[in-house]
Design a protein around this ligand. Structure first.
Ligand code: SAM
Length: 285
């Protein structure tokens, strides 16, 4: 176990600073104060961050940290934090680490008992979820699906039975193919496609996958797909206890069999557990 008292440290702090996803008005006061006061800003793309900082008259030194140099830059950042420098990490837009670089350096910082502090702000996934009009919880944030169709379809198949709202990031040139795959694998579920959030041409398209597919070829810009959970009711001729016992017979631990049946049938785990206990009472001793 490790307890981080974020601001009680002699060493530098790693701030994860969210930046706007399109509308500069979404930068927070705390983000501006942090970007101004830290010793260094590490950015996914220094040019993009230079323009952002320039807009707000901030002249903190910017260095780069991205997927392709993280192995070199990560340890360098850790050394600088140990020397007492405060550092902000930003991505091109939105919240760092969320489908953006940063996880690797957070891991190193935590391993080295350094404080990692969030400066929350814009995020496309949560913004899309709250306007989607699709049940907001529970939800799974998936981010980008694999670009290879066979791997993408495997990922969708794995997600198919989840009783959770699903959130995906997608690029406009792949949206039609992705929706076609979703239609094939998920069925014609309710979705919301939130485009260009916080920008001038923001739009939210709510409908079934087949309806959105009729216009998806013409959709441009940045987009998030929010997909309704699997609402299919599983029709079975077996009883709950028969399902649990059948799974135990295949070698599953009773605890796992109960979990599996609970999610398969969408029945509370404690109900399945109670059935199992009743069965045990009647069939053992
Ligand atoms: N870190 C970012 C965040 O917090 O949302 C996400 C970065 S990810 C590399 C970029 C993807 O996020 C885009 O391809 C798109 O799916 C989504 N995205 C980012 N900005 C968006 C916006 N303004 N409107 C809709 N989707 C957006």
């Amino acid at each position: 176990m490790q307890v981080q008292n974020s601001f009680q440290t002699e060493q530098g702090i790693l701030y994860l600073v969210a930046t706007p996803i399109g509308n500069l008005g979404d930068i927070t006061l705390r983000a501006l104060e942090t970007l101004k006061s830290v010793d260094l800003v590490y950015a996914e793309d220094t040019r993009i961050t230079y323009n952002l900082l320039k807009h707000f008259n901030i002249d903190t030194k910017i260095l780069n940290y991205h997927e392709f140099n993280k192995e070199v830059q990560g340890p360098k950042i850790i050394e600088q934090l140990k020397q007492g420098l405060n550092i902000a990490l930003v991505s091109d837009a939105g919240t760092p680490i969320i489908s953006d670089p940063g996880y690797h350096v957070v891991d190193l910082a935590v391993q080295n008992n350094l404080s990692v502090v969030p400066i929350p702000g814009a995020n496309a996934a949560i913004s899309a979820l709250i306007v989607s009009n699709i049940t907001p919880k529970p939800f799974t944030f998936y981010g980008f699906l694999d670009s290879k169709p066979s791997k993408r379809d495997k990922e969708l198949t794995m997600l198919k039975d989840l009783k959770q709202t699903l959130i995906f990031y997608e690029a406009p040139h792949r949206i039609t193919k992705t929706l076609e795959a979703m239609l094939k694998i998920f069925g014609d579920r309710k979705i919301a496609l939130a485009r260009e959030i916080t920008k001038r041409y923001e739009s939210v398209i709510r409908g079934n996958i087949s309806e959105v597919l009729k216009i998806s070829d013409n959709l441009k810009g940045e987009m998030v797909i929010v997909v309704e959970e699997n609402k299919q009711v599983v029709v079975t001729t077996t009883t709950v206890i028969e399902d649990v016992l059948a799974l135990i017979k295949t070698g599953l631990h009773p605890k796992d069999a109960i979990s599996e049946v609970s999610s398969m049938r969408n029945v509370a785990k404690k109900v399945v557990y109670q059935e199992y206990l009743n069965w045990k009472d009647n069939n053992e001793l």
